[in-house]
Design a protein. Structure first.
Length: 373
């Protein structure tokens, strides 16, 4: 299946093209950037507008074979010279315009009041624009405004309003690449990767739902990411496949945002299958003696890390995550059904390791020794 490119990649490419046209004076009908995944993106540049002190242009979102609701949308970047005080001392000042949402609730990637342009896309935009500024020996500052006409209407069909992002879509992406979300294709990929590890003679399957989990294993445990499998939302199916392929043991490492659902027995963690994260966090808090005020605050959260902060303030975080980890372990073992030993580690970006099952450390060390061996 054909991969696509994120809104973050579109914004970065449009920003680079606009900066080149502003500082260089020549028209750019095509641009090239390298995504964080290392894949080169070479989109056409559309709808170019040039003013005395700005250039605005667009890149059309191509989601590949993924049924992305933003596919075909034009992502615009307007790059202009920053006036005194407008850049806040930064070389590149990034903001959102028409069709880009604004964060109105805490716990998301950006603070309240910021445009919903996530950290990695901001880094991509900044790096590409600074690269152009350096090429033209420009010592001043530039403003970049990202906009998506029609974004406000598109956002109504997403989870953005529920999350507290108002007025448009989010500019997102951690790798710059859109992976096709065909269920069969994803499950086939997971099976192939597991089978490759089995053919290498490994008996411990190390699994994570996403890139952040893989990064956590690398940074915290120095685990070789080439020997881990990304299972996306398909935790239950991955357990089944690992058992069918003959793995004796499995270690799951994931962010609380995904794994809190497993504590309720949910084995497909995609939001369309169910989203009861705050209800499960609140259930754990009840078990640990939280009062009604604390419970109400947790239920009002939009992100699990926000709920963790409330647990910390209430003095129940450690006890809560003992309970949550026990529940996760119960449901993982239930799905494994004695076909393989299964352990788990749960973490959060802001808090690090939150909980781990009894033999998780031993299993990690065993997995690392298998690689060395």
């Amino acid at each position: 299946m054909r991969k696509g490119f994120t809104t973050g990649s579109c914004a970065a490419a449009a920003s680079k093209a606009a900066a080149m046209m502003l500082l260089g004076g020549t028209v750019k009908n095509k641009i090239e950037i390298t995504t964080p995944a290392g894949i080169v993106y070479s989109p056409d540049i559309e709808d170019i507008t040039k003013g005395d002190s700005y250039v605005k242009c667009a890149v059309r979102k191509d989601s590949g074979d993924d049924p992305d609701i933003t596919n075909g949308s034009l992502v615009y970047a307007k790059v202009s010279y920053a006036g005194d005080g407008e850049s806040s001392g930064e070389k590149v000042y990034i903001d959102g315009g028409e069709g880009v949402g604004v964060v109105t609730r805490p716990g998301l990637d950006q603070p309240v009041g910021n445009a919903a342009i996530n950290s990695v896309p901001r880094m991509m935009i900044r790096d590409e624009v600074i690269q152009v500024m350096d090429f033209y020996d420009f010592d001043g500052s530039l403003q970049v405004e990202i906009s998506v006409p029609g974004g406000e209407e598109i956002a109504l069909k997403t989870f953005n309003p529920r999350l507290g992002i108002e007025g448009g879509i989010s500019i997102i992406g951690t790798t710059g690449i859109v992976e096709p979300m065909s269920t069969k294709a994803l499950l086939d990929t997971i099976r192939v990767e597991l089978n490759q590890l089995k053919e290498l003679g490994l008996t411990v399957a190390v699994i994570s739902p996403g890139n952040y989990g893989l990064d956590f294993m690398r940074d915290t445990y120095s685990y070789d990411l080439d020997r881990a499998v990304k299972c996306s939302n398909y935790i239950g199916d991955t357990i089944d496949m690992a058992a069918e392929l003959g793995f004796k043991k499995m270690l799951l490492c994931g962010h609380i945002g995904k794994l809190i659902k497993v504590s309720g027995g949910i084995m497909n963690t995609h939001s369309k299958e169910g989203d009861c994260r705050m209800e499960l966090m609140a259930a754990a808090a009840i078990r640990c003696g939280a009062d009604n005020k604390v419970l109400a605050k947790i239920l009002d959260c939009v992100a699990t890390e926000e709920a963790i902060e409330i647990m910390v303030c209430a003095g129940i975080k450690e006890k809560c995550f003992e309970y949550i980890t026990d529940k996760i372990s119960f449901y993982l073992k239930k799905r494994a059904a004695d076909r393989l030993e299964i352990e788990c580690m749960v973490y959060a970006n802001a808090y690090g390791l939150l909980g781990k099952t009894q033999n998780a450390d031993d299993l990690m060390e065993e997995a690392k020794k298998e690689i060395v061996g």
